[in-house]
Design a protein around this ligand. Structure first.
Ligand code: HAM
Length: 416
């Protein structure tokens, strides 16, 4: 019996890898223009980082982390997201000394033990950007613009940007109290989880997708009506900057996001094609995370986007993928005794920059010619016994079907 792949994970097969290269190239090229630098952090971290960073009462920390002890019993966790790790690295590597504003991006697999469904996996890939050090609303608007430029370059249509402000330490406390009082009166309508959330972290109730909870929230106090002056002004400026950039958005006063570190701006970008798991990107400002993880107070803003969800959306929208690059040379040799000559020639062709291959499974001449056709080789180089004795090979142009004998030493010139 073969061993199957774990639930919620997937292989990215060779026939699909070009899509990933393409999407990653577009992302890298655009982020380079914005002066973001790539960072690679470990796939696992000390569990404490995520508990402190993401928040103890979030679903991610409570229910979804892949946590395991190392051999000495220390608790490690497969990263469920990238922001906490990037901030940890920012602090550990004293990046604040290099520059006042540090702009970083990352790619990589993240792990959440969620119930798998369409567009929701237990191992999924994100790219994300983090702009650490600026409290300017320009930073908030810039990252939303960067995300949308990437989606636009990939041709994605029908996207919706939802925007909210979740306030700051100062104004949120009073709002949360108000919300808790409201929720207390609605207790009977709330789901089991939300009853607990009302007590532990009432903001999370706003996010609940259950119909009865959404119904109960109908006249709930809105956080944007309870912002302090600083947060209100910041939100106003972010909106004005987005208007200037002609970026459409809708205000969603229930958007609180699933991670506790957000302050002020919170946003999500959704695709009309994705059904329930429609968020292709999400992010916001997190002005307290750096100090909560042991640094000095440092404002920051960022977002992350699910790459699988981007690719699924592109497929649903029938967007074109770049053609796979054509294969240059297929070398045909049917004489087992000539394999060293064949391999030497093949390596010479490859080292000159061509994509080249040959059969190593003992196929007949006819079958090797069929393979050359199948891989859409531009040229077939045939090692015939008689020609080889004269130090020549036959080169066939597979498109024009022209065939000529060339000196083995001149093969590269012929292919150029
Ligand atoms: P998040 O909203 O948890 O934010 O995830 C960002 C994106 O990752 C989602 O919008 C979605 O596209 C994708 N995603 C999340 N979970 C899954 C899953 N189970 N399967 C497939 N795709 C998924 C964060 O992770 C924050 N770190 C974003 C951030 C960066 N905020 C500030 N900086």
């Amino acid at each position: 019996m073969i061993i199957k792949i774990p639930k919620g994970t997937q292989d990215i097969l060779p026939e699909d890898i070009n899509k990933w290269y393409y999407v990653e190239d577009v992302i890298r090229n655009i982020l380079k223009k914005y002066d973001y630098k790539e960072i690679r952090t470990p796939i696992f971290e000390h569990t404490e980082l995520f508990i402190r960073g993401i928040g103890e009462s979030t679903d991610i920390v409570n229910k979804e982390m892949f946590t395991f002890p190392d051999r000495k019993g220390r608790s490690l966790t497969l990263r469920p997201e990238g922001t906490a790790s990037v901030v940890r690295s920012y602090l550990e590597n004293r990046m604040d000394r290099t520059s006042k504003v540090v702009k970083l991006y990352y790619f990589g697999p993240m792990f959440r033990c969620e119930k798998p469904q369409a567009g929701r996996f237990r191992q999924f890939n994100q790219f994300g950007i983090e702009s650490i050090g600026s409290q300017s609303p320009v930073a908030d608007a810039e990252i939303i613009a960067a995300a949308l430029e990437i989606y636009e370059k990939l041709g994605l249509k029908n996207l919706k940007v939802s925007l909210n402000s979740v306030g700051c330490k100062k104004c949120r406390v009073a709002y949360i109290e108000r919300l808790r009082l409201f929720l207390d009166k609605k207790e009977a309508q709330l789901c089991h989880d939300c009853k607990q959330r009302t007590f532990k972290n009432p903001l999370r109730v706003l996010d609940c997708k259950k119909e009865s909870c959404q119904e109960a929230l109908k006249n709930a106090p809105k956080i944007i009506d309870h912002l302090c002056e600083e947060c209100r002004l910041h939100f106003k400026e972010v909106k004005a900057l987005l208007d200037h950039l002609k970026i459409d958005y809708v205000i969603d006063d229930k958007l609180v996001r699933g991670l506790d570190y957000y302050t002020k701006t919170a946003f999500e970008i959704a695709s009309g094609e994705l059904g329930a798991q429609n968020a292709i990107a999400g992010g916001g400002r997190y002005d307290n995370l750096v100090d909560e993880l042991g640094g000095k107070e440092t404002p920051a803003v960022g977002f992350a986007a699910g790459i699988e969800r981007m690719i699924i959306t592109m497929e649903k929208q029938n967007l074109p993928w770049p053609e796979p690059t054509a294969f240059d040379v297929f070398l045909v040799n049917t004489d087992e005794k000539k394999k060293s000559i064949a391999l030497t020639l093949l390596q010479k062709i490859r080292k000159s920059g061509f994509t080249a291959d040959m059969d190593i499974s003992g196929k007949s001449l006819k079958s090797q010619m069929r393979t050359a056709n199948k891989v859409q080789a531009k040229y077939t180089v045939i090692l015939g016994e008689e020609e080889l004795s004269r130090e020549k090979v036959t080169v066939r142009n597979m498109e024009s079907k022209e065939q000529k004998e060339v000196d083995i030493d001149n093969i590269i010139k012929t292919l150029l």
